[in-house]
Design a binder for this molecule. Sequence first.
Ligand code: ADP
Length: 498
Amino acid sequence: MKNKNLKILFITSEASPFVKTGGLGDVSSALPQSLMELGNEVRLVLPKYGAVDERKFKIHEIVRLKDIPIHLGNEIELVSMRSCFLVGNKTKVQIYFFDNQKYFGSRKGLYQDVNTKKDYPDNHERFILYAKGIMELIKKLGWTPDIIHCNDWQTGLIPAYLKTVYGDLEILKDTKVVFTIHNVEFPGVFPKEVFKLTGLPESVLNEITVNDGSKISFLKAGVVYADAVTTVSEKYAEELCTIDELGGIIKNTLKKRKNDFYGIINGVDYSVWNPENDKYIPAKFSIKDLSGKTENKKSLLEYLKLPVELDVPVIGTITRFAEQKGIDLIEGAIEDLLNLDLKYVLLGQGDKKYQQFFEKIQKKYPEKFAFYYGFNEELAHLIEAGADMYLMPSKYEPCGLTQLYALKYGTIPIVRYTGGLADTIIRVNGNDANGTGFVFKKYEVEDMMKEIKRALKLYQDKEFWIKLMKKAMSLDFSWYNSAKKYVELYKKLLKDVK
Ligand code: ADP
């Protein structure tokens, strides 16, 4: 098994550039490409939501994978696979789009209604169909994966199907399944009654119940039944097994599986996030020539209609409005922050209460604070490129990507010491430039403000700051090393097979 290149079926619920709500979308695009660059054959499965642009991506039908009947309780749903390629610099990943009009094609949102911002009430049906449908499609694919790599709760039932209903399937007898937790904030919890729609045996029900037996968790199914479980940083892996509030309903299950549980840090796709070739930013720049950075700062301020005062430091944040991201800390600190000599730009979406709050603040501080509500890929790149510092005060952070992007653009991260942020950012001590950013520990406004003020003070020392920027830009968080770790894990699992 050792030197054989592997066939990997990567199953996800979002992948950039087709559809993305957060880091999972970035990872599901970059990791498969990196695994291919290492010589493996990877195919990716993803739902064809209404938001996927069929024409732009030239998505076509696969006649032999059309209208396959899938039982969902007493109903029968027809699902099809459609296909296209994700063409990267060095690779071409085949994409299979899971197509069902009722549950995916007719909806613009991935997990939530785009208007109400509420979870679709039938998310359990949607992702039971997805898991079950994929199992049937694998049977017909004519391509047997060595590894099935599932991601987050949306794919959590697949390992359970593989180990039970499809346990005797001859073509999959040597196939191993890996389950990656990108975020336990979304455990895929539903009333126990929905279990009957899965067609899984009762033995599974006992394994995946949570909340005193009244609910089931699709995430837990992935953790229980996969051959190996991973998460996206070592620190987060440790925290999931030790912090009650974090590990929550799967803490004990993870602890039981600790010999099969790994933390592998995410990487960055530098073909997308790199100031030397970023297609979204007006001025490219590099360690050798930083002049473009100031031009981007100017464009950012203009775009957001803030006064162009280039000597004033700009802090940026790009985030989902979720408690986990430290939004309430930003909320609590914002007026103190805006009373300092700086500008703050915030791009985010989610909970309406935060939207209303930040809109009010924007009216009060129009010269210092710009708030953009919504999802805006171009602005996300412009913030990474044009800001001087990047604030990410997460309560918990599985890995975090935006702080890694910030480093590459010489935008110095200010982060809280948790999960992937603790694993990737080294605190600047004094002005010795061994560090790569600013790090505070307590989840408190005061602690955060202290660290922000320290950063602002050091920002005044131009020589030091440029050294710090260049250090940050020189760091390499590319996927290469992490993808190699996944391959090692896959091979370890397959070692006993042949
Ligand atoms: P998470 O997955 O928890 O949301 P990450 O830092 O891992 O956080 O990844 C977030 C990804 O989503 C980044 O690519 C970031 O630029 C992007 N993103 C988040 N919110 C927005 C937004 N409102 N507009 C554009 N991009 C966003």
